[in-house]
Every structure is written in C-alpha cells, then in structure tokens.
Write a protein that binds this ligand. Structure first.
Ligand SMILES: C[S@@+](CC[C@H](N)C(=O)[O-])C[C@H]1O[C@@H](n2cnc3c(N)ncnc32)[C@H](O)[C@@H]1O
Length: 256
C-alpha cells in the first residue's frame, strides 16, 4: 500500500483528510508512529487502525504539533498591541461588535494573549462592547485544554507579572479568569475543509500553514481573506508570510 492509499482510507473511513499536508513531513511523522508500533508498511498500519479505533487520535497527536505559548514572538505582539488593535478598536461605539478569529489556536495560549490585549485596551469599558473572539483548531484534545484555560505556572513566563494576577486565578495552578474566557468561542474547524467564519476584523493564523502543500496554502489563504471585512487585518506567522509571497517578516496584511 502507498501513502496516498493510507490517506484515502483516513479521509473516507476516519473522516480525517490529510491530503493537503506536505507529503514528506506527513510520511515522516506517520512512519514515526508506525515505528513505535513496530509496523513496517502502510497496509499493516491500516489493519492496526481498523482493529484499534483509538489509533486515529494517536496518529493525529503525532502529526498535529501543538507547540504554542503566550505572546509567542513578542515583537509581533507588541505591534498588535500598539499599532494593530488601537485603530480597529477605537472606532467602536458602545454596543458595537468586534470579531476576531484565531485559526489553529492549539491549546489556547495565543488566543488568550489576544484577549488580554483587547481587555487592556477597553479596561473597565470592556463589557460595553460585543467582543467575540473565535478560536478554532482541528485537534479536539488541544481545544479541550484551551477551553479549560488552565496552565502550569511556568507557561506564563511571557505574560506580564501584573497581568498574571489580573487575568488568572490561583497562582499555583493558574486559570484564565471568567472575564477573559467569556470573550472566546471555541470550536473544531478544519482550515483545509470547513467553511470559514465571516465578517472578522482581525484574523490570526500563525504557524499553521507550514503543514500544508503550496496549493492548499493558497486555498486556505483565499478563505482567510474571505473571512475578513474590508480594512480587516491578517496576522500571520513568519513562515506563513513567505507562503503569501511577501518578504519574510511581513506578517501583517490589510484586507482591501
Ligand atoms: C504549531 S501549532 C501553532 C499554534 C499557534 N497558532 C501558535 O502559533 O502558537 C499548529 C496548530 O495547527 C493545528 N492544525 C493543523 N492542521 C489544521 C487544520 N487542518 N485545521 C485547523 N488547525 C490545524 C494543529 O492542531 C496545531 O494546534
């Protein structure tokens, strides 16, 4: 059996379509998992998956790398705080809505970073506005951690000390407080397959497109542009900005 056939099986029978992912990386990761099971060919691996329904999740854990952190790439987040959010938020009148979408949110650190900046901008006026920050990922396990919003204290190293007390409860097992959590809407969504959310003013998609082949990257970028309202901002990772054809480091784009 070839890799293509294994991917066809996963898409058709396990409802997980990995066909837009870069084949070399994908094959390396699948073989890594097969090695752990001492299986040498894709045919025996398919048999193993049929006999062990939980194996698909094990495979996904090997393929979907969930590495993330609060304020990952701090200089970029400084730009979000100082130059991107203020013009988007200051034009809102009481009761108006602001919609952002963080796609590939993993275990939540990135989207809570954004929520802290929005909360800081509005201060005590936060509840005067209809803020909705959608956070999606294809990985249900990561999403469950994100929904809970509880992190080991060392994960908060990039969060300003004064914000740790303000936005987290319980210093020994910090949990994002309710004020911040209520701004967020988590959901499973496959960027390569599912319809995008629409009418967002800020779209964050970082360190996700790198998984996909160039055709799928272009298709996803089309969806991200569709999601944005005119004047909305796309915030990419460094690797994503290369896929857009922009220079490395050109991680912000305004939708015309
Ligand atoms: C390396 S993490 C990046 C997390 C975060 N955006 C950051 O930059 O810190 C990549 C995330 O993309 C998610 N992902 C991979 N394929 C996806 C897909 N098809 N649709 C949505 N999310 C996907 C993975 O599950 C993982 O949580």
């Amino acid at each position: 059996m070839k890799l293509d056939e294994l991917l066809h099986f996963l898409a058709e029978e396990r409802n997980f379509d990995l066909r837009g992912y870069k084949p070399t990386t994908l094959e390396r990761r699948i073989r890594k998992r097969m090695g752990q099971l001492s299986l040498g060919d894709f045919g025996s691996y398919v048999e193993h998956i049929r006999a062990n329904p939980g194996e698909t999740n094990q495979l996904l854990d090997t393929i979907l790398i969930n590495v993330t952190e609060f304020f990952r790439d701090p200089e970029a987040w400084e730009i979000v705080a100082n130059d991107i959010l203020p013009p988007l938020l200051k034009r809102l009148r009481t009761g108006h809505s602001f919609r952002a979408w963080v796609a590939g949110c993993s275990t939540g650190e990135e989207v809570y970073s954004l929520a802290m900046l929005v909360a800081e901008f509005f201060g005590s006026r936060l509840s005067d506005f209809d803020i909705k920050i959608y956070a999606t990922d294809v990985d249900e396990h990561a999403l469950n951690i994100a929904r809970r919003g509880e992190y080991a204290p060392e994960r908060l190293r990039r969060v300003r000390p004064e914000w740790r007390g303000k936005y987290f409860s319980n210093a020994s097992q910090p949990r994002v407080n309710r004020e911040l959590r209520r701004l967020l809407i988590f959901g499973r969504s496959d960027l390569a397959q599912d319809a995008p959310i629409s009418h967002v003013q800020l779209m964050v998609c970082r360190n996700v497109l790198i998984y996909f082949d160039s055709i799928t990257q272009m298709r996803i970028l089309g969806r991200l542009h569709y999601a944005l309202d005119p004047g909305g901002i796309l915030f990419l990772g460094k690797a994503e900005s290369k896929a857009r054809g922009a220079g490395t480091g050109d991680i912000f784009a305004r939708c015309q």
